[in-house]
Design a protein around this ligand. Structure first.
Ligand code: S3P
Length: 432
């Protein structure tokens, strides 16, 4: 599909993003572990999270939809507990979702079933050795294409032992996969991360009663605790808020309020980087929801200047780095995004796709092995661009259209449905 976006003369209004995708996956997968009933509110009906929903149902977990409003569901999740789960009857399809695949394999490593998990072409290209190798160290029997490097993955669950492991990359998916395996292992699992990645799994496991200790880059999990089901109202997705925050900052006549956004410090790299660039952002705390801090955020037209974005900011802004490249195009001077080689193994090679598509819109941008250099202040021209089937690219290019002098036509616009179904109607409502 193709959507064309034209910048409105002014941009004002309010948005409440869908529930956080990362937390939604975990709300289902973690509740598999505990016998009982959990209520999951504000569950986002994106393609990725629905893939996780089907995968837990395939294990024998009952999920009933209590209510639905647009793309937000309230589910009642009933797990029979570890003893009542069953082997999936067919291949589980993780579709486009790295989180579904990686976390599910970790969970399955300790369950006595044979399971095959497949995905779409993008997912089959993504690196799986990063979970397969440490899971094998824990005693898991897991196979995949190219010696376990690529999906489909097949797993025969069985007894596991905890490990002490240094993660080679800061990845919440790898960390969470190993923690899910660690819950069912004999002995403690100790993980060290090179930089802190999002910690939703740790927060939720603790809330379920797990013996887990976590501090900057170090996590220790002692298995054996009786876990209880966790009901949760999922906070708004920072990654779904991000396009609106960017449009608010970059558009010359804008004021956008984004309500109920999860502002867990492991997710707020975008806010820090934008502030560093001179953005006018106001964050008003709204307390806690589902064990996570939540805030309303106002973004207003701002004059930005170029900055360097690297180090600890990168995992905290990983999915928003393409949007920060767009911010760089509007900033005075040069913006350097470094230490971000991980972008190359996302749903697309986001260093390559962001550089290619923004350059089509007239941005002067250079690829680096671990990031991008953006030369700002040139403005954007319109044109036709492609999402490469990557939801974050589609969201980036739509945001570019909201702040560009000419129209931007996005081929493959349906990719937004992976994380943000309803995005186009939100855009048309706000942009008039
Ligand atoms: C996610 C972690 C990140 C992120 C992805 C969601 C998660 O991936 O890019 O969109 O829910 O754990 P990595 O952990 O592989 O960096």
């Amino acid at each position: 599909m193709r959507e064309t976006v034209t910048a409105p003369v002014s941009l004002a209004g309010e948005i409440t993003p869908l529930g956080d995708k990362s937390i939604a996956h975990r709300a289902l997968l973690l509740n598999v572990l505990a016998e009982g009933t959990a209520r999951v509110e504000n569950f986002p009906r994106g393609r990725d999270t629905l893939a996780t929903l089907s995968s837990v149902q395939a294990l024998g977990v009952a999920v009933d939809e209590e209510s639905r409003l647009d793309y937000r569901s309230t589910f009642v999740v009933r797990s029979p507990g570890l003893g009542g789960l069953h082997e999936p009857a067919k291949v589980v399809d993780a579709r486009n979702s790295g989180t579904t695949l990686r976390l599910l394999i970790g969970l399955l490593a300790g369950l006595p079933f044979f399971t095959v998990v497949a995905g779409d072409r993008s997912l089959q290209r993504r690196p799986m050795g990063r979970i397969v190798q440490p899971l094998r160290l824990m005693g898991a029997n897991v196979w995949g294409r190219d010696g376990g490097e690529h999906a489909p993955l097949a797993i025969q669950g069985g007894s596991l032992h905890g490990i002490s492991y240094d993660l080679p990359v800061a990845s919440a998916q790898v960390k969470s996969s190993l923690l899910l395996a660690g819950v069912l292992a004999q002995g403690p699992t100790t993980l060290r991360e090179p930089l802190s990645s999002r910690d939703h799994t740790e927060r939720m496991l603790q809330a379920m009663g797990a013996h887990l200790r976590g501090e900057a880059g170090f996590i220790r999990l002692e298995p054996g605790a009786a876990l209880h089901s966790l009901s949760i109202a999922i906070p708004g997705d920072m990654s779904g808020a991000a396009p609106w925050l960017l449009a608010g900052v970059l558009h010359p006549h804008a004021r956008i309020t984004v309500r109920g956004v999860g502002v867990n410090p492991t997710r707020t790299g975008l806010l820090d980087a934008l502030r560093h660039m001179g953005a006018r952002l106001t964050v008003a705390s709204q307390g806690d929801q589902g064990g996570e801090p939540v805030a309303d955020i106002i973004a207003e037209s701002s004059q930005l200047h170029g900055v360097e974005i690297g180090g600890e900011l990168v995992p905290r802004a990983i999915d928003e780095l393409p949007l920060l490249a767009l911010a760089g195009a509007f900033a005075r001077g040069r913006t350097l995004i470094r230490d971000a080689a991980e972008l190359r193994v996302k749903e697309s090679d986001r260093v390559a796709t962001t550089s290619l598509e923004l350059s089509r819109l007239g941005v002067r941008i250079e690829e680096r092995p671990d990031g991008m250099v953006i030369y700002g202040g040139q403005g954007l021209r319109g044109g036709t661009v492609r999402s490469h089937g990557d939801h974050r690219l589609a969201l980036l290019l739509a945001t570019a259209g909201l702040v560009c002098q000419e129209s931007v036509a996005i081929e493959g616009s349906e990719a937004v449905d992976v994380s943000y179904p309803g995005f186009w109607s939100d855009l048309h409502r706000l942009a008039g």
